[in-house]
Write a protein that binds this ligand. Structure first.
Ligand SMILES: NC(=O)c1ccc[n+]([C@@H]2O[C@H](COP(=O)([O-])OP(=O)(O)OC[C@H]3O[C@@H](n4cnc5c(N)ncnc54)[C@H](OP(=O)(O)O)[C@@H]3O)[C@@H](O)[C@H]2O)c1
Length: 284
């Protein structure tokens, strides 16, 4: 079984560089998918309140029978519980949402709690982030971070005295490699986590340039893309409900992309996102 490398977050916590994502997995399918992933060797699981599968995810974790402390569990705060992001009600709403996630997951802590989506149009993050800092301080979230933040939104949190987010989880794949944001993260000690690391499994995996690198190593295009993430220092969380793909996506060690291979993967970049541009996008 593959030994997946870890990234040391800015608070010293080790996070596996490869995890299992469960967006768009129905709650009643999530337990089987998560259990299959853990049985295949994954030790990091990424869910979110808005995925509405925290119950199934928690069940899958328990069914797999691996001790909780050997797993790295991420969930995320959705916007609806925190419509008012200003004032003390913002802080209280975060703590309520967090407790509800723990209850659904059936655990008493998470390894990483993220603000799922920025809302620059709704004012400052101060009271929201204060609650995240409290959760980090009391250990109910071993690390806290954000998702879909750009440099401007991160800038709000990087002010004097605030806890620096451990992670920013953003859309990132060979079509959209986020080089500038990655450099910004590196400068500020924020780890980069890639969502849709396989480009949602569509055109990207059919790119001839990837097929060539895959053939050279006797691997699949998905394995080459995940290897590219690992060698780029990025955390990747591919999703699949197909057992053979769940296993395939975990077998990404035991080979190395050389500089030419890395350049071939990078050559497919289009600079286009699959998902919405978080800047100015308002879910509410
Ligand atoms: N923070 C955010 O705003 C945000 C946004 C999006 C995603 N995420 C997180 O990131 C995770 C991954 O992103 P994603 O689910 O959007 O996309 P992804 O992991 O890039 O791709 C998943 C898709 O690719 C297919 N697939 C998986 N492995 C494959 C393989 N080896 N060969 C061919 N096809 C394969 C899957 O099909 P099957 O399932 O049918 O096998 C599924 O349709 C999510 O599950 C979620 O945890 C976070």
């Amino acid at each position: 079984m593959s030994t997946i490398p870890s990234i040391t977050l800015n608070n010293g916590l080790a996070m596996p560089q490869l995890g299992f994502g469960v967006w768009q997995v129905a709650d009643d399918e999530a337990a089987t998918a998560v259990r299959t992933a853990i049985e295949s060797g994954y030790r990091s699981i990424d869910t979110a309140a808005v995925y509405e599968n925290e119950v199934g995810t928690g069940r899958g974790i328990r069914e797999a029978g691996v001790p909780r402390e050997e797993l790295f569990l991420t969930t995320k705060l959705w916007n609806s519980g925190t419509k008012d992001w200003s004032g003390t009600s913002g802080r209280d709403a975060v703590l309520r949402e967090f407790d509800a996630s723990l209850e659904r997951l059936g655990t008493d802590y998470v390894d990483l709690y993220l603000i799922h989506w920025p809302r620059p149009m709704h004012g400052s993050y101060g009271n929201i982030w204060q609650a995240f800092e409290e959760l980090a301080a009391d250990g109910r979230a071993k690390a806290v971070g954000v998702s879909n933040f750009g440099p401007a939104e991160l800038g709000h949190l990087l002010g004097a005295g605030s806890l620096v987010p451990a992670v920013n989880q953003v859309e990132l794949h060979p079509y959209f490699p986020q080089q500038e944001l990655r450099a910004f993260h590196a400068e500020h000690g924020v780890a980069t986590e890639a969502w849709s690391p396989l480009g949602q499994g569509k055109e990207l995996l059919g790119e001839p340039a990837l097929a060539k690198v895959a053939a050279k190593h006797g691997r699949t295009p998905a394995q080459v893309v995940l290897r590219w993430h690992l060698q780029s220092g990025v955390i990747a969380i591919p999703k699949s409900v197909t057992p053979s793909r769940i296993r395939e996506n975990f077998e990404v060690t035991g080979f190395e992309l050389d500089a030419e291979d890395m350049a071939a993967v990078a050559s497919v970049a289009t600079g286009r996102r699959i998902g919405p541009d978080p800047t100015g996008f308002d879910w509410n």
